[in-house]
Every structure is written in C-alpha cells, then in structure tokens.
Design a protein around this ligand. Sequence first.
Ligand code: NAI
Ligand code: A1CAB
Length: 266
Amino acid sequence: MSTAIIGAGVMGETLLSGLVRAGRRVDQLMVGEKRAERASELEERYGVAVVSNREAAAKADTVALVVKPQDMGDVLEEIAPELRAGQLVVSLAAGITTSFIESRVPDGVAVVRVMPNTPALVDEGMAAISPGSHCDESHLAEVESLMASTGKVLRIPEKQMDAVTAISGSGPAYIFFVVESMIEAGVHLGLPRSTATDLVVQTLVGSAAMLRETGTHPVVLREQVTSPSGTTASALRELEVHRVRAAFLAAMEAARNRSRELAEGS
Ligand SMILES: NC(=O)C1=CN([C@@H]2O[C@H](COP(=O)(O)OP(=O)(O)OC[C@H]3O[C@@H](n4cnc5c(N)ncnc54)[C@H](O)[C@@H]3O)[C@@H](O)[C@H]2O)C=CC1
Ligand SMILES: O=C(O)[C@@H]1CCC=N1
C-alpha cells in the first residue's frame, strides 16, 4: 500500500519519520511539498520521492493531507481531478471536517480525520481518528496502523474533534510552557540553568510514568506529595490564588473555539 504525504512541515515530517522508523518501505512513500528547499531536505534525509501534489494523488492508495487548514481548500481543488473511488484521504488538519473534504473529492473516496500530536516524533504520540461517511472498517484499520507507528490511537466521534484538538493536539505546547516556567523559577531561586532543566525534565518524565504505570488518579498522586503544612501545600495554594486551574480551562476553551473557527475558514 503506497502512502503520499502532502505538506511536509513539522507534522508532515513527524508522520513521515514515524512511517520510516516503523519499517514502511521508502519506495512506497512519497511527499508533495510546496517549498522546494524543504522538499530537497526531506529527499536527502529519508530518500523519499518528492512529487507534485497531483502525482501523489494519482499514484498513492492513501493520501495524507498535512497542510494548514487555510490551505486545505486549494490543495483539494488541485488534487480532486486525480483522485478516484477506492482511495483513502486522511486529513491531519485542525478544524477541517470530513464533510468539507467529502464535498470536494469524487464519490467513493473514503475520508478519515486525524488529530495527532508532536510527541509522535519519539513514538509517544496521541492520535484521535474519526471516520467520514463513506468509511468502512478497513479504512479505519489502515489509519490506525498508520498512526500506531508513532504512538497511541483512539477512535472518537467527529463531534469530539475540536475538544480533542484543544487537549492532546495542542497539549504538548501547554506542557512545554509549564516546563519552561518551572525552569525559569529554578533559575530565579538560584539554581544553575542546566541543573534546573535536569530537575524539571526528569520530574516531568517521572510523573508521567507514574500516571501511566500506576493508573492512579492524579488527585491521589498530588495528595501523596502534599505533606501537612509542607512546601507543596504552600505552592499549591499560590497556584489556586493565581487561578491556574481556571486559566487552563479558559485556554483550552479558546483552543476548542479556534478549531471551530478554522472549520469556517478563518
Ligand atoms: N504542529 C502540530 O503540533 C500539529 C499540527 N497539526 C496540523 O498539521 C497541519 C500542518 O501543521 P504544521 O506541520 O504545524 O505546519 P507547517 O507550516 O510546519 O507545515 C505545512 C507544510 O505544508 C506546506 N504546504 C503549504 N501549501 C502546500 C501545498 N499547496 N502543497 C504542498 N505543500 C504545501 C508548507 O510548505 C509546509 O511545509 C495543520 O493542518 C495542523 O492543524 C495537527 C496536530 C498537531
Ligand atoms: O496550533 C495548531 O493549530 C495545531 C493544531 C494542534 C496543534 N497544532
């Protein structure tokens, strides 16, 4: 089964590199990328064929669209004449609905919407997938296997996609923001930057491993750290005073709303 990736920026390369690591034959992969220098970079790095978008659409069994939501209409207009019934189009774009794509491709082309995230680069990705209206089990299984090469995959109803985008799609950025803030705090408290970085990164990895490996509720894990009248209780009180919990809720609502706006083309 051949796969084309149209749009090889951050997420397109993440998908490509995952497929290569998972052992997909490079001669079964191809890339369509507008920026010539970026295309040559990927050709050199992975030995993958760079072709026009039209050629990618004509030749591949599965066509993954990884351009920005705002570019999706133009790309679909360009490739639609080359697509035929039986092919699978997979969109990784925020906001873009399966019905938007289905209305622009020939009948019989199956569409699956995916929301991935960048930890896929280290095979710890979280991808949610939703079927379009002409999908069967084999299409979903194909996309599941595509995304499972770089992490976990969850099937969800498409109506949950904007919320998923706000939580796991954008999620790594919030975590990096927290990490960055904790490192700055460490420096403020007098630690060398490299020491603060080592402390924060390992604390993050250790906490994530506890969540995954114990399956214990985060509230219980937090309470285990919080000794009576201790340091953690003092810190958590400040986080509540500064309304960090409310800020997280507002931030993710804003991301969900932005995903809805992208669906409308803005
Ligand atoms: N970066 C992330 O963490 C995530 C991104 N996504 C989605 O992935 C998509 C791409 O995002 P990024 O990779 O971050 O953006 P990006 O800007 O790094 O990549 C987009 C790529 O598409 C290329 N492109 C634009 N028009 C094209 C055309 N007509 N034909 C061929 N290539 C074209 C650009 O040159 C660029 O290399 C977006 O729709 C975004 O919503 C989804 C989840 C996470
Ligand atoms: O910021 C964005 O719009 C994309 C979608 C999810 C993560 N990055």
